[in-house]
Design a protein around this ligand. Structure first.
Ligand code: SF4
Ligand code: SF4
Length: 218
């Protein structure tokens, strides 16, 4: 799940300052679940914008705005309203904003900050769990990601800053990722993997930006 957080209304208004006629696009996937850009939030945003004198010419929650095919499908019947707007307010993650501006050719304003790939414990309680590093090693770590959960990205067990299972970074409040990994592997009967040496990661592979995945038919 892509975790997003709504920007302050003041910041949104600052970005919308040059524009009067606004079209709003929400997201029917992650932003709906996280409650930052679903039907309710889009409706509420339209009301707030109207209350400060903006003209909201239309709004839609696109099923998956980061998928160009779905974006085109869900906005097909709204072309006139979108065309008549000065700008689109996007209640989507950053990928959604970029897809919207590329395909709808309108100034597109992000209403949300995209935070991380994470899990939802409860609504309002989100935890980062993956940094999309491109080379997943969760099998070796009992399903606990050391890239995200260890502030130093240690790959072969705890650093010297671990004390009684806690991490020095942040003042010994959080569990050391490698203690969590050890306990998980033990629970799974996979401690052999813990003992194996993990070589440094191939950063030349990871740091190529922007990354792409292109299937080649065989
Ligand atoms: S190793 Fe961690 S950051 Fe990399 S893909 Fe797996 S979960 Fe994501
Ligand atoms: S104490 Fe553990 S989680 Fe903290 S930096 Fe060291 S290895 Fe990483």
């Amino acid at each position: 799940m892509i975790i997003t957080e709504q920007k302050s209304f003041e910041e949104i208004l600052r970005m919308l300052e040059p524009f009067n006629r606004i079209f709003i696009i929400g997201c029917g996937e992650c932003s709906t679940v996280v409650q930052t850009g679903g039907e309710e939030q889009v409706k509420r945003m339209a009301e707030r914008l109207r209350s400060v004198g903006k003209e909201v010419v239309g709004a839609v929650v696109v099923e998956t705005p980061c998928d160009a095919r779905i974006l085109r499908r869900d906005t097909r019947n709204l072309k006139d309203a979108i065309e008549s707007s000065d700008a689109i307010l996007c209640m989507t993650c950053g990928a959604g904003v970029q897809d919207i501006v590329e395909h709808l050719k309108k100034p597109s304003i992000p209403a949300l900050d995209t935070k991380f790939l994470g899990i939802i414990e409860h609504i309002g309680e989100f935890y980062e769990r993956c940094r999309a590093c491109g080379e997943c090693i969760l099998y070796e770590t009992g399903g606990i990601c050391p890239i995200v959960r260890c502030p130093k990205g240690m790959l072969n067990g705890p650093c010297g800053g671990m004390y009684e299972g806690k991490c020095e970074v942040g003042g010994y409040k959080r569990d050391c990722a490698w203690i969590l990994i050890y306990n998980r592997l033990k629970e799974l009967g996979m401690l052999d993997i813990y003992r194996a040496y993990r070589p440094p990661r191939d950063n030349s592979r990871l740091n190529v930006q922007p990354r792409e995945v292109i299937w080649v038919k065989t």
